[in-house]
Every structure is written in structure tokens, then in C-alpha cells.
Design a protein around this ligand. Sequence first.
Ligand SMILES: [Zn+2]
Ligand SMILES: [Zn+2]
Length: 400
Amino acid sequence: MKINVIYLLLVANVIYGQGRYYKAQMHCHSTNSDGSYTPVALVNKYKAAGYEIMMITDHNFLTDSVYVPGVLCIPSEEITFKRHMNGFFLKRKIQPTPEFTCQQAIDSVISQGGLIQLNHYCPGPFTDDDWEVDAPEIISFQNGPHMLEIWNTGTEGVQTHDDKSIWDAVLTAGKVVWGSATDDFHPSVLESLEFNKGWNMIWLDTLTKEAVYDALLNGRFYASTGVIINEFMVNDYGTYKTVSVSSSNATKIKFWGPNHVVLQENNGNSASFILQNHSYVRVELIKEGFLGTGTTYAWTQPVFLQNPTGIEETNDIAEFKIYPNPNKGYANVALTIKRAGNVNISVCTLSGTEILPVCHENLEPNQYIFQVSVAHISSGYYLLKLIYNNTIRTILFEKL
Ligand SMILES: [Zn+2]
Ligand SMILES: [Zn+2]
């Protein structure tokens, strides 16, 4: 193992937060299973509605990248057994056996370096009893799921919106799972009722597969059925945090906390909350409809008072990447920080065990490139993990 800081560069005008939200559909069906549009037609239909990221999730069918200019397609599948779970960033199709379990689905996706979402798991008039997964069961799963489908247009469009109680129960237990909104478009009934009603807005500096993976893994996205979030800011003051949100069309903002309790409610399109006496808070933005119909929402990811894992809450990391990726020899790790601090970078297994240190020292604000040999670790997926001033960031990379 050979680790060197090979050179330092002066930083000029480093701006964090370059980027914008990209609209993503993370659950829809094509003619590869029970959908009625071909993959290309489906992507074009969503593209016309402003989508730039697509996960086509056919039942037990891996739909690989579909080439439509301006849209990034992530190879995905709806792993369909008793329960339904979407696997994203898949390399190989997952064919569940009839006795498959959620844990097996999670393990299968993780072993390919993918991300996994639990779909339409809440009880409701249009959900199959077999699909239901309660909070204790979700809490019992290891290494996943990464996301819960807190909105599924196909099954939830007709439900009341108190069904985030399971998500809150999981978060209250300290398990970090992000909330995702999707269409589950087939269409099966009326196309207009199923299309473009639930989506995720993912914050990226560039539209690449790696950037989408990193943003989804670290919860840099929000779920929406129509409410637009312009700004979502978290400031860490050590013993407390402030969470501020602003929207262009919300009329009401609710701050939800442990045990599915509303901690604060504000009218209008912007609000702030001081997180001090609760383990987490998440924000629900509401645009009230007319006479109780047409109400739309946005849901931010939870902010924890103590970072449980992977929560990105600093503006001080301007760059953190590993290249080339995939790699089989020497990898370069680029880091640019805007504030002095203790930096700990290591190569970890997907379950978080450190196997290779890269850097562990106090660093001044600057741009750094570290070189690390990955020649001796076995082939597969790893996480490059950065711990810096109590912030954790991870990047998935592949050793060939
Ligand atoms: Zn399904
Ligand atoms: Zn589906």
C-alpha cells in the first residue's frame, strides 16, 4: 500500500453549491413488462414533461440505458416477488424466487453496487396486502433499503396523506431512509391520472451516473407532487441546527419530527426551524388546492440533530472525487476544502468497514490530490469515505 500526497494546488474561486435540481422519474413501466409505451417512447414522453433522469423499472426485467439525448437513464428493475422493490444502478438482472425476501433483494442489489427502494408498502385501498411492510420490519432490514416510496401515484393518489407515519417510525428508530415520490406509470387506468404526478428533484453539479448515485445515497433530493423547493438550507451550530426552506408555490409548511408529530407549522412559502430538542426534523411543503382537491406537496429528506450517516450538511467541501473509476491500479482522490479541519479519508467496504486509509491529518483550505493503490484489494464495489469536521461523504467506486 502506497499513499502519497503528490501535489497541492492553490484554490481560486471555489464555489460550492454549483448545480441545480434535475427532475427524475424513479418508477415507471414500459413494454418490457406491463407498460404500454416502448422504453424510448416512455423516455421521450417524460422528457417532454421536463424530466432529465429516468429509471425504467419493469417487473423482473432490467431495462438498461435507453439513448435519448438530454436524458440520463439509470439501469433499473422492479424486483417483483411478494413485495416490490426497485433496484437502481444494476449491472445484472435480479430474478427473485417465489420465496424471495426483502433482505435478499437488498443484498442482491448491494452486491451489484446499486441502490434499492421499497415500493408501495403502505396499507391502502389500492395496495395488495402482500405488499405491506410495517415499520418494525423495515427497521430490521440490514444495509437498506436506501429509499421508501412515500408517494406512489398509482396507489396513493387516492389515499389520505397521513401515511408518512411508517417513514417517521423508521426515522424515529434512527434508521436513515430517504423518501421518494414516483408515478409507477403503466398506465393502467387513465393515463392523465398516472403521468407526471410524483417525482424526485435531485441536486447535481453535473448530470452523470456517478453524481446521481452520490446524491441519492446521501439524500440530496426532495420528493414532490407539484410543490417546488427553491432553497433548502441546514446550518450546524454544534448543539443545534437551523433548517430553512423556501418555495415558489407552497402555501403551508409543516416540520415533522419523531413519532409522526408536527413540531411547527407555518403559513406562506418560506419558514425556518431550530432543531435542538428532537432527533430529526423533515419538512413537508403544501400547496393547498381548491375546496380540498388538487392539493400538492413536497417532502424534504430528514435532517438529524446528530449525523447518523452520510448526511451532507457543509458548504466547505468544494470537491471530493476519485478517478479513474472503475480502477485497478493507482487511484487519484481529489479533495478541495474551504475551511481548515481534520480530514479522514479511507476506502471502506459497502457495509462501512475501513480497509485502506488514504489520509488522516489536519489540513488547511486547499486543493489536494492523494494517490492510493487499490491494486491489492479484490474486485468489486467499495466506498471512498470522507469524514471532515463531522460531515461524512461517500463515493461508490469499482475495483476491476
Ligand atoms: Zn409494484
Ligand atoms: Zn411498478
